[in-house]
Write a new protein. Structure first.
Length: 158
């Protein structure tokens, strides 16, 4: 997971078992396919501690596998160090954004740019809705949004 030349991104959602691990896996595959994965530190985390240590939701894993993407991510909560380590902290909705900005205020040397991943969506879908209580279709929608956003984010940071 070590980055050799200093670009870093942390994807964040509420529990780190649905949206953020999908975004992390999608971005990692794009960076790998573009030959730049060694230039990036890529991870994901949660605003809550509910699922710490858990694998991503089985529906999210199935969605990723359908698109030939694997992940071995385990859920973790955002730490104060993340605000000093990562260049970008990209989250999924306004609640995540509020929680992250509140936490960032307690960090002296916050270097991270904290924003919604959806700000990069060419289709202007600002919010990536939590699919947890939804269907496989909802996970597919999250995947498609993550693909669009991650592609634009990678292009703007290459």
């Amino acid at each position: 997971m070590a980055a050799s030349s200093g670009k870093s991104v942390l994807f964040v959602c509420l529990g780190n078992i649905c949206r953020s691990p999908i975004a992390e896996a999608v971005f990692r595959k794009m960076a790998t396919d573009s030959g730049v994965v060694d230039k990036w530190l890529i991870d994901s985390a949660a605003t809550s501690d509910w699922n710490t240590g858990s694998s991503p939701d089985s529906r999210g894993l199935a969605c990723l596998r359908k698109h030939a993407i694997e992940t071995d991510h385990r859920a973790r909560q955002v730490t104060k160090d993340d605000f000093m380590t990562f260049d970008f902290i990209l989250c999924m909705d306004e609640s995540n954004l509020r929680d992250l900005k509140k936490k960032a205020n307690s960090v002296k040397n916050c270097n991270a740019k904290i924003e919604l991943l959806g700000t990069y969506d060419p289709e202007k879908q600002l919010i990536i809705k939590d699919p947890y209580y939804g269907s496989e279709e909802d996970f597919e929608t999250v995947y498609e949004q993550c693909v669009r956003c991650c592609k634009a984010f990678l292009e703007s940071n290459s």
